[in-house]
Design a protein around this ligand. Sequence first.
Ligand code: SF4
Length: 241
Amino acid sequence: MATRKALRDKYQRISAKLTELYGTPKWRPRYAPVDELVDCILSQSTTDANRDRAFAALKARFPNWESVRDAPTEAVIEAIRPAGLANQKAPRIQKALRYITRERGSITLDFLAEMDTAAAKAWLTAIDGVGPKTAAIVLCFAFGKPAFPVDTHVHRVSQRLGLIGEKTSAEAAHAELEAIIPPEDYYPAHLNLIAHGRTLCQARKPLCERCPLTDECRYFQAQQRASRHAKPKLAEEDSNL
Ligand code: SF4
């Protein structure tokens, strides 16, 4: 098991290569905090394109979040159907909006700016259906706070590279990666690991032959060892023919 110092050093070497490949994304807020929260709920188990279509449809159909909160659930389901799992996501969105209203008197998350990151995370994850990924996305993307979101790409790439344990769940990976990535790197590291997962380290067939991270990659090295062990066996079988 690598020490935390070894993992931090490894992250630095990986980060330098990812920066060469994908640059240094600069933080800028994308959506207002409540929009970010709703967008993130819509993104669960779907593509970015379908999430975007559903988010745009929701904004086009309802003038504000109060009207989404108070609408018949069927109308919200109808609007967000392109995102898939609309029957689950619509009540989840409405419940979150009701929770915020109950706790704060109106639908705003702006007050999180004044909280420290741990307290803001705790506040968000108290909302039913909001886990560590959604909380980290809202805090990192909308507020520029030091929270590191782990989506499916970040989880897969970090696991293959050996930045997290082979069996670490996506949920547990939040704390493991936050412990080895410097907080000022959370935003660019998140985006560059996603870029790598989309372009080279794809889920089904990673394009290792084009990847500059083979020296750092636990998955690649395990594959190499497996193929070295497989070759003598084949040679033996050939000689028996
Ligand atoms: S070497 Fe292969 S598995 Fe490892 S990070 Fe690169 S593409 Fe992914």
